[in-house]
Design a protein around this ligand. Structure first.
Ligand SMILES: Nc1ncnc2c1ncn2[C@@H]1O[C@H](COP(=O)(O)OP(=O)(O)OP(=O)(O)O)[C@@H](O)[C@H]1O
Length: 819
């Protein structure tokens, strides 16, 4: 919805002249766009020939045709690129942009850090520009990213290069209520989103129309199209119009026919820049692997970090629990470099803050899961360390791609257990990844095992994290598909547990198959000494014929309930998430917290009852609940049906202070007589209440008086400001505040899309709004002047500080690029 510009209203008599000028300008714009279109057609023909011939482009710096200035781009895009200091095209940009501008569907594949983001953002902006897209046309472009971090980054680049355009752009990654996001969606021309959240809006947000969509982009397309996002993406695409341009980009993009069909790509052009290259990774990247047994990984990593204190590094681990444990234990060990950690279970605000802290750091070590393995462009990362072997070569390529970006040098090192070496090295060779073996210098190794064990002994929270890390690691190895690389049986789990400071390997139980039976029938070999004595005791009791459920045993264990509270305290914000993700381990933990199908089997196994019969106690009811049939087992899962075994509750009422009382408590007869006659008691009650009312009345009046005074002061201040503004709008005298911000007036204009406003609100327009600080601090005054003088309706919303919280991004999402 257009904004009303109070200060720009032209007098009536000038109207015909202004209309003339407008129509002239419109005609000129049409002609310019037509010229641009012709140039695009011409350029695309050449690009197509080059791409088909699959010629490697010459050195970008020496070839004039690989400059952005030679591309048929609109002025706003060209200026945006120039202001963002992008001059020379990278290979993938030189090949993909001309075809993207022409409207072709594209499958783009190029090495990590080679500039794929601009390869799709430039065509997006240009397509909408040439279609003369306005706020009335609705959503024109949708850009999908697999992670929030990457979506934020794409949005940032779009914000930079699109600064002179008149589109509105938004970021849809969750974190705010659906309703808050929904209110803004309808006003957006370009959206950057994650698949799940976008689908939620398409399904639930009334009036959110995508019928006009012109262009769909999938960044890290292979990841978005894989199993994890499959159903969300398929459902999302169902909502979109078929007649649109679609572009898919990734460093590990393939021509998978099924994907093309799912996205209904039309005659897509495969732009695979590195297909002919000798390596799948950047040439500026040095890659090594070292063989270190699982049980020595902690000390190898610690030694590595100590030897590289003056660097910026990312250490990839296989799960959030691994990340938390290594981070917490190394934090205690204090290696001498700032440590950060990042995983998907952290709250969004924390994630954004950590990514921006790491981006800004000179020396830092970030422990992370694959949540930042793809696309994220941290500046100047020296090392990528893969402490846990990646699940496949694609993941390897993306992880190491966080360093050696855009012509910079970088180094990567992969830790492999001896059992993983052969399989992984073979896979990497097949994938054209040049990697060399190095040996760990024994003297560089730092034995931290004893220190970690000591810390775990003193600090049960850390021990608990260690147990979780152990379980999640073994689980991830067990679940890996590539069994040539990952074989749990070949790992020394006891030694690994000891390296995490645990007194013994936590018991693990596999989901299905023979392992379960073996484990159940065998004595508990891997248990700690505590557990062993517990088992002995258990056996004795069973002999006596005493019925003990699994839950009796669970509560007897020392480190379950007690540690949960410590653990939650330790991880603070993540407490809730940690509770949630406990469910991940349900089928892997020997001790379960939720009474479910599998539990029943184990309870049955351990309580010595006849097969198929269990007694569940501790439900609060009088009678024990005997599970002797399928029906009763089902019943156990129904809360409603179990209510009758829980006994009746007591009814209580709460007084004003929140203290609970029995509802029918009546004073005893003796007490009543002692307090005097009924009339005297009534009188006394009325008097005491009257005193209370009087006191309350005094404070209420005082409050009301203060509020009136505040209101009056505010009104006076406003009037004074209005007078000042009237003075400001008068012609300037030289020397009067000349350096005042030229955008201040525009920033104070009402926000577009707030709905039509009546006369009664017209006076609001005059009310000066808080003066916004500048967003683009690097813009020259000339550029600001250009923006100010630009014709057209719309809004500019500015955010004072650099966006590092979700709120900042939300503010941007509401106002980016809109004019
Ligand atoms: N034409 C260019 N000139 C200078 N720098 C560029 C150019 N294009 C991209 N860059 C810079 O190169 C870096 C990598 O770009 P980008 O993130 O787009 O890479 P990518 O190919 O998407 O990587 P990934 O595969 O990891 O997602 C960024 O810091 C970006 O600013």
């Amino acid at each position: 919805m257009p904004a009303v510009r109070a200060g720009n209203r032209a007098p009536q008599k000038q109207k015909p002249h202004k209309e003339n000028t407008k129509s002239l300008k419109r005609k000129r714009d049409q002609e310019d766009i037509q010229k641009l279109q012709n140039a695009v057609d011409e350029n695309a023909r050449n690009a197509l020939l080059k791409n088909r011939a699959n010629k490697t482009l010459q050195d970008p710096k020496s070839d004039d045709t690989t400059k952005f200035s030679t591309l048929p781009l609109s002025k706003p895009t060209a200026s945006g690129l120039e202001a963002s200091h992008f001059q020379n095209l990278t290979d993938v940009q030189a090949r993909a942009i001309p075809l993207g501008l022409k409207g072709r569907d594209i499958l783009g594949a190029a090495k990590t850090g080679s500039g794929k983001t601009l390869a799709f953002l430039v065509p997006v902006l240009e397509k909408l520009y040439r279609a003369q897209w306005t706020e009335y046309d609705g959503l024109g472009a949708l850009i999908i990213s697999p992670t929030r971090e990457l979506a934020v980054q794409i949005f940032e680049v779009l914000r930079k290069i699109g600064r002179y355009h008149t589109f509105s752009a938004g970021l849809v990654i969750g974190g705010k209520s659906l309703r808050e996001e929904a209110e803004r969606l309808g006003r957006m021309n370009i959206l950057v989103c994650t698949p799940g959240r976008m689908l939620q809006h398409l399904d639930q947000t009334a009036g959110f129309d995508v019928d006009n969509l012109q262009i769909l982009v999938l960044d890290e397309a292979d990841r978005i199209m894989d199993m994890g996002f499959q159903s969300a993406v398929d459902a999302l695409v169902e909502h979109l119009p078929k007649s649109r341009q679609t572009m898919l980009f990734s460093a590990t993009q393939s021509k998978k026919v099924s994907d093309l069909a799912r996205l209904s790509l039309k005659d897509p052009e495969y732009v695979a820049v590195h297909e002919a290259a000798a390596a799948a990774t950047p040439t500026t990247l040095t890659q090594h692997y070292l063989v270190t047994p699982l049980a020595e990984k902690m000390e190898t990593l610690y030694g590595f970090i100590k030897a590289n204190l003056k660097s910026k590094m990312i250490v990839f681990l296989s799960s959030g629990k691994q990340v938390r444990f290594v981070y917490e234990s190394f934090r205690h060990l204090q290696p001498g470099i700032p440590l950060l950690h990042l995983h998907g279970r952290q709250k969004q605000v924390a994630r954004l803050e950590i990514t921006s802290r790491f981006a800004a750091a000179k020396y830092s070590c970030l422990f992370a899961t694959d949540v930042v393995a793809r696309g994220v462009d941290f500046p100047a990362v020296d090392w990528v360390v893969q402490m846990d072997c990646p699940e496949d070569t694609d993941t390897y390529i993306h992880r190491v791609g966080r360093t050696a970006r855009y012509e910079r040098n970088g180094k990567a090192v992969l830790f492999l257990d001896p059992s993983e070496e052969e399989g992984m090295v073979k896979r990497l060779e097949q994938r054209k990844v040049p990697i060399q073996k190095v040996n760990v210098r024994e003297k560089k190794k730092q034995s931290v095992k004893n220190q970690i064990q000591d810390m775990c002994f003193k600090n049960p929270d850390l021990k608990y994290l260690g147990q979780k890390a152990f379980i999640s690691y073994t689980r991830s190895v067990h679940l890996q598909k590539d069994k040539e690389i990952f074989d749990l049986k070949k790992l020394d789990l006891d030694a690994y547990a000891a390296s995490l400071g645990l007194p013994g390997a936590p018991q693990i139980r596999f989901q299905k198959g023979e392992d379960v039976k073996k484990l159940k029938n065998a004595p508990r070999a891997g248990l700690s000494s505590d557990s062993e004595s517990e088992l002995e005791e258990e056996k004795k009791k069973r002999k006596k014929g005493e019925v003990r459920t699994k839950y009796d045993r669970m509560f007897e264990r020392t480190n379950q309930d007690v540690l949960t509270s410590h653990y939650n305290k330790l991880i603070g914000d993540e407490g809730q998430a940690a509770n949630n993700d406990d469910s991940d381990d349900q089928d892997f933990l020997s001790v379960k917290r939720v009474l479910e199908g599998d539990d029943l089997n184990e309870a049955e196994w351990s309580n010595g009852l006849a097969p198929g019969k269990k007694i569940i106690t501790g439900l609060g009811g009088e009678e024990p609940f005997v599970v002797d049939s399928k029906r009763r087992e089902k019943m156990l899962k129904s809360k409603k049906k179990m209510l009758k075994f829980k006994g009746k509750g007591d009814k209580v009422v709460f007084d004003d202070e929140g203290i609970a009382h029995h509802p029918y408590r009546i004073k005893g007869e003796e007490d009543f007589i002692r307090d005097g006659s009924a009339e005297a008691q009534r009188q006394k009650f009325v008097e005491s209440e009257a005193v209370k009312v009087k006191e309350a009345d005094i404070s209420d009046k005082q409050l009301a008086k203060e509020r009136r005074r505040e209101k009056k002061e505010k009104r006076k201040a406003r009037e004074a400001m209005e007078n000042d503004e009237a003075m400001d709008s008068m012609p300037r005298l030289s020397g009067v505040n000349d350096d005042e911000d030229p955008l201040a007036l525009m920033a104070s204009l009402p926000i577009a899309g707030e709905g039509e406003r009546g006369d009664s609100e017209a006076s609001e327009e005059k009310r000066p709004k808080k003066k916004a600080k500048k967003w683009f601090q690097d813009d020259s005054e000339d550029e600001r002047e250009k923006i100010k003088n630009r014709k057209g309706k719309g809004k500019i919303i500015e955010v004072g500080e650099a966006p590092d919280t979700l709120e900042d991004y939300e503010a941007l999402a509401a106002g980016l690029l809109e004019d």
